[in-house]
Design a binder for this molecule. Structure first.
Ligand code: FAD
Length: 341
């Protein structure tokens, strides 16, 4: 598969080098810009950091299904939010009552300073996927999984109304290099397996929309209910299978489906001998590895609840011999634990 897409990104077509999801090498204040001479001598403004903080307001919300809420935000400088497509991630920052975002200040050390703040001054920050960007309308969509009032973002989203203020730390279109934050990086021509739970649905559907017409692969998505199956556009060579849990445990349908599908896919691709994997404690460590350059054979992209993703990765790499350099695995959240960011 060639990553030339049917979507025109504002930044590099090939996804940028992976960065850890918690590494916020971003600037909270409007990014320092400088003037630079380009091409024919035109002077343009460029940003010096790949990410910047966009203060935005809810324009509208739309319930897509029992579990998914689309939140559309707008902001004066959202025409500067880069549209990289694929699984581009960003940070959603909630305001603190009576404080907002002003105390976060600016500078590239935003994250370090946020960490040093006392608890009561630390805005809740969580990672989400950019679902759509419409720079001409200064709009960005995010599809939020509603999982009750036990998490600040889920709680916020379920009550969000127009003009509610929030902040996005997202890719700055004025930055001339790679932004990072895209995990889907198959090698050219790869047949792929995308597997995830409801939190990976926004990323997966966005990836599918970016694929070239000759893409080939299998997509397995576990969602809470049958009514959470969303319409999704995809190339003819890609099969999308929805796996409603209908009250079952996380992974109950995804794990057997991945096993069954992967056995079939790897039968036709090169395998490697049994590979040893460092054991990762999903309750204390971040489950995250995104190969920068995938190798031959099956390419797998796995995202969702960390315990489930760990099981899937072990199965693919250790049991089936899929090259670990072709397996991107991302613990998007951990059952029973607040996300660190
Ligand atoms: C790169 C990346 C991209 C992501 N993209 C999206 C996205 O587009 N849409 C999306 O909805 N999520 C996405 N997530 C997952 C999201 O960041 C987490 O679900 C996050 O924990 C939600 O924050 P919260 O404030 O609602 O709950 P938290 O405060 O983080 O957690 C509170 C409690 O809720 C539980 N919990 C968290 N998420 C869920 C869930 N989905 N279902 C059931 N229980 C849960 C936790 O185990 C904990 O017990 C993404 C994560 C990453 C790392």
């Amino acid at each position: 598969m060639n990553l030339a897409t049917n979507r025109v990104p504002t930044t590099p077509t090939v996804p940028a080098a992976p960065t850890m999801p918690t590494a916020l090498t971003v600037s909270a204040a409007p990014t320092t810009s400088r003037l630079r001479s380009i091409g024919d001598g035109t002077v343009a403004s460029v940003a010096s950091t790949p990410y910047r903080l966009f203060e935005v307001a809810v324009r509208r919300t739309r319930r897509l299904s029992p579990s998914f809420l689309r939140v559309t935000v707008t902001g004066p400088d959202l025409d500067r939010f880069a549209d990289n497509g694929f699984d581009q991630r960003f940070k959603l920052v909630l305001p603190l009552p009576g404080v907002g975002f002003d105390h976060l200040g600016g500078g590239a050390d935003w994250y370090q300073r946020w960490r040093q703040l006392p608890d009561h001054l630390r805005n809740p920050v969580r990672t989400y996927t950019v679902r759509a960007v419409r720079p001409e309308r200064r709009e960005v969509d995010v599809d939020v999984v509603l999982h009750g009032d036990n998490g600040p973002v889920s709680q916020w989203a379920s009550r969000a109304v127009p003009d509610d203020v929030v902040a996005f730390v997202g890719p700055d279109a004025w930055y001339p290099g790679d932004h990072g934050g895209v995990g889907f990086r198959p090698h050219p021509g790869a047949e792929f397996l995308l597997a995830g739970d409801e939190t990976a649905v926004p990323a997966t559907t966005s990836i599918l929309e970016c694929l070239p017409a000759d893409a080939r692969g299998e997509v397995l998505l576990e969602v809470p209910h049958a009514a959470d199956v969303l319409p999704v556009e995809h190339p003819p060579g890609v099969r999308v299978t929805w796996l409603p849990r209908n009250g079952g445990a996380h992974g109950e349908r995804l794990i057997p489906a991945v096993r069954e599908t992967a056995v079939r896919l790897v039968a036709a691709t090169p395998r490697r001998p049994r590979q040893r994997l460092r054991d990762i404690d999903v309750d204390t460590d971040l489950l995250w590895e995104v190969p920068a350059t995938a190798t031959d054979g099956l390419y797998a992209w796995l995202a969702g609840e960390a315990g489930v993703i760990k099981t899937l990765r072990r199965y693919l790499v250790t049991d089936l011999g899929v090259d670990r350099r072709s397996v991107a695995f991302m613990g998007y959240w951990r059952l029973g634990r607040g996300h660190p960011l």
